[in-house]
Design a protein around this ligand. Structure first.
Ligand code: GAL
Length: 386
């Protein structure tokens, strides 16, 4: 079987942000249909993931998890087969504690039997949460247990750890075998939440990379406040499309897995344009998986504009200018010296704008641009002889 799980940041759709507890077989099958029909699959999205609230409240007489027959009348194997028939992969959810966050049975002291059950059902991805963790047991050990169980269950199952960045997860997560790890609390469909989550991971990028990605949580792009959970929906207002564009660009530049959280059956054209921007996705999926670093841009509108730089495999650099401020039109500017290019070398950068999808020119020594409030500019910069 081909391994290589998590070679690039995983991409897919997860039921939680929009539907939380209100999930069922029909919805998940429709999501799979839409993943293909909309063109998302062709852009690289492949996992269809069911989050919390999928099981019965009790295990069966053999200690196995059982799918809720009302929500999933044909069982999970049937759903896995359907998802696989579409050329997609199937993800499920459990938790390292005694119960999931929504109080369904979870995998503590059932790690090996559950990993085998997931393998039998044809699961390809397991999100593994951190609620109801028994006191006195290090979380690190619980993730090591499930990591071992998954790696030996006879099926390639990508391990998506979700301990919200707690207990210094950065220092041990790679040891567990997890291919991605949540580093933050839960996202909300609001600009403040997007900014806070992204900024909390600035400077952390060297602690992730190929086979173990820093997951800043599932995307809220295109939700427009549409969640049946008040916390996630945050008042039901959502964000502007410009803010969703900036959110997607940040997650892409920072190598976060790209897990869509909106209802993909009813995406607007603007939502599709954001989620299917192949130039931005290519930055996220760059085979080298190097983290983005933050250029010190203080001095430009009191540090409201942040500049991220990510070296790419072919020698190009992804450059993101992000205006976190509320002020209309902030000027952002930085010398190439700060990236390692002295003007005496005789090179400049040819800049390709990943949202306009066109080359905007060749620049020597410095780049300057106006970036609107909450907006961003994402460029692919190619080193050229002047
Ligand atoms: C949280 C997790 C969310 C979601 C939820 C389900 O702990 O961060 O992404 O999975 O549990 O109850």
């Amino acid at each position: 079987m081909p391994k290589n799980l998590g070679r690039t940041p995983p991409m897919g759709w997860n039921s939680w942000n929009t539907f939380t507890w209100n999930i069922n077989e029909e919805l998940v099958m429709q999501a799979a249909d839409e993943m293909v029909a909309s063109g998302l699959k062709d852009c690289g999205y492949e996992y269809i993931v069911i989050d919390d609230c999928w099981s019965k409240k009790e295990r069966d007489e053999n200690g196995r998890l059982v799918a809720d027959p009302e929500k999933f009348p044909h069982g999970m194997k049937y759903l896995a087969d359907y998802i696989h028939s579409k050329g997609l992969k199937f993800g499920m959810y459990s938790c390292s504690g005694t119960h999931t966050c929504a109080a369904y049975p979870a995998s503590f002291e059932h790690e090996f039997v559950d990993a085998n059950t997931f393998a039998e059902w044809g699961v390809d991805f397991l999100k593994y949460d951190y609620c109801f963790k028994p006191k006195g047991i290090p979380g690190e050990l619980l993730y090591k247990r499930m990591g071992m169980a998954l790696r030996n269950c006879g099926r390639d199952i990508l391990f998506s750890a979700c301990n919200w960045g707690q207990d210094d997860v950065y220092s041990w997560i790679k040891e567990t075998g997890a291919q991605m790890f949540r580093s933050t609390g839960d996202i909300q469909d609001s600009w403040n939440s997007i900014v806070n989550l992204a900024k909390s991971q600035f400077g952390r990028q060297s602690q992730q990379g190929v086979y173990c990605w820093n997951d800043i949580d599932m995307l809220v792009v295109g939700m427009h406040g549409g969640s049946n959970n008040d916390f996630i929906g945050d008042g039901g207002f959502g964000c502007t499309d410009t803010e969703y564009k900036t959110h997607f660009s940040l997650w892409a530049m920072m190598n976060s897995p790209l897990m869509i959280g909106c209802d993909i059956r009813s995406m607007t054209d603007a939502t599709k344009e954001i989620l299917m921007n192949k130039d931005v996705i290519a930055i996220n999926q760059d085979p080298e998986g190097r983290g983005a670093y933050v250029l010190d841009s203080s001095g430009w509108d009191n540090g409201q504009v942040k500049i991220l730089i990510k070296p790419l495999e072919n020698g190009d650099y992804a450059i993101g200018l992000f205006n976190f401020g509320d002020k209309f039109g902030s000027r952002a500017s930085f010398p190439f010296w700060d990236m390692g290019l002295p003007s005496s070398a005789g090179y400049g950068f040819e800049m390709y704008d990943c949202w306009k999808h066109e080359t905007i020119g060749t620049f020597a020594e410095r780049f300057t641009a106006d970036v609107e409030a909450h907006d961003c500019l994402i460029m692919r910069a190619k080193l050229v002889k002047l």
